[in-house]
Write a protein that binds this ligand. Structure first.
Ligand SMILES: Nc1nc2c(ncn2[C@@H]2O[C@H](COP(=O)(O)OP(=O)(O)O)[C@@H](O)[C@H]2O)c(=O)[nH]1
Ligand SMILES: [Mg+2]
Length: 364
């Protein structure tokens, strides 16, 4: 696996991480002015809703994308009663075509129907729209600009029975005349509720594209670590001398790439290479096979040496899990400091080394 050198290894890690990230497609529907664009910008990275007009896919629906974010939003405006019959036929045909695609990255995975709390009114068009969408995709009802429920949530639940859940959100804070401020709320809950009803294979994309919940990013990143730890056990079980550590390397590089993408950071070959070489202190020609494996193992005193060649399955798994956890902690910290998509990998590597050193030295 590593015989073609580090270059192939990095390419493969990035390719796999990108494939496993997938792509999420959400329909966000509701009348003009209910707060769809504001909600999109509050939940997702990069002020998506402000990136131009988007490409129209039906008379009332625009497609919103941004390079590097594994998400497409279909913003369905209008739905005003007069034109409903015509636009709903277009929308139904569009969703049907997408959901029949062989590529699951083109399916529509979830729909949010947004209804403003102030209005205290659910239109017939919204009820019809919810039934239409629920034929083909899981639907969440989202009550926007929430201030005072007064039984409206229950009313929405009754009128939109096919909605999997009804959530109240306030996308932006506001200041009242009496000096009180209302803070945003419900955004993290909307991310988790969405996660519950989309396919497992699209959850990494959701984690990467959203910015409302750091916890959700960590949760999904831990699944990457769990998968890598299991793969490490398999690598350690391979009965070829000198192979265990070398087989661990692709597993761990793959894991680092996977975690990076789940956090929503860009991952490039050079970035991954910088991370591995500076964090592990191996460079250039050394950065292959056994040398790299030795570098990884050096981070864990007592894990065995490369000369020993065989690593106990439990050690392989623990070493991989510890590296993954440390990397998650570092990325979470960096994300909190500066939630952009660009990483300074030298800095990340320094932090990772620090973290691993602390972990592997005995508590005073
Ligand atoms: N107070 C408050 N205003 C909001 C909220 N969400 C949206 N708005 C305001 O409602 C108006 C319409 O929002 P917009 O996102 O453009 O609605 P869209 O037409 O559905 O995309 C804007 O002035 C927003 O600032 C919210 O949670 N609270
Ligand atoms: Mg809008």
């Amino acid at each position: 696996m590593v015989k073609n050198g580090i270059s192939d290894l990095l390419n493969q890690a990035i390719e796999t991480a990108t494939r496993e990230l997938g792509h999420l497609n959400i329909i966000i529907a509701g009348r003009t002015g209910v707060g769809k664009s504001t909600l999109i910008n509050a939940i997702f990275q990069a002020n998506l809703a402000e990136t131009g007009q988007g490409r129209p896919v039906t008379q009332d629906t625009r497609e919103i994308n941004k390079e590097g974010i594994p998400l497409t939003i279909f913003d369905t405006r209008g739905l005003e009663m007069s034109a409903f019959a015509e636009t709903s036929d277009q929308l139904r045909a569009f969703v049907r075509e997408r959901c029949a695609d062989r590529d699951s990255n083109r399916h529509i995975h979830v729909a949010w129907i947004c209804i403003q709390e102030d209005g205290r009114r659910v239109e017939d068009a919204e009820i019809a729209l919810h039934s239409l969408l629920a034929e083909q995709v899981p639907v969440l009802a989202v009550i926007t600009k929430a201030r005072a429920d007064g039984g409206f949530r229950q009313e929405v639940q009754r009128l939109l029975p096919q909605a999997r859940n009804v959530l109240r959100v306030r996308a932006i804070g506001e200041e009242l005349d009496d000096g009180h401020t209302l803070s945003p709320f419900g955004l993290e809950e909307l991310v988790f509720a969405t996660s519950e009803i989309i396919p497992e294979g699209k959850r990494r994309a959701l984690a990467a594209a959203q910015k409302a919940s750091l916890q959700y990013k960590k949760t999904q990143a831990r699944k990457v670590v769990a998968g890598a730890s299991a793969a490490a056990v398999a690598a350690a079980a391979t009965p070829i001398p000198f192979s265990d550590a070398a087989l661990l390397v692709p597993v761990q590089i793959g894991m680092l790439a996977g975690i990076t993408t789940v956090f929503g950071f860009d991952v490039s070959k050079s970035a991954l290479s910088t991370l591995i070489s500076s964090a592990l202190g191996v460079t250039g020609a050394m950065l292959a096979g056994r040398s790299l494996a030795a570098g990884l193992l050096k981070l864990f005193p007592g894990a065995g040496s490369i000369a020993g060649a065989t690593i106990a399955a439990s050690t392989a798994s623990a070493v991989t899990a510890a590296l993954g956890e440390a990397y998650i902690t570092v990325l979470a910290q960096i994300y909190q400091e500066n939630p952009s998509r660009k990483l300074d990998m030298k800095y990340v590597a320094e932090k990772l080394k620090e973290k691993m050193r602390r972990k592997s030295s005995p508590e005073p």
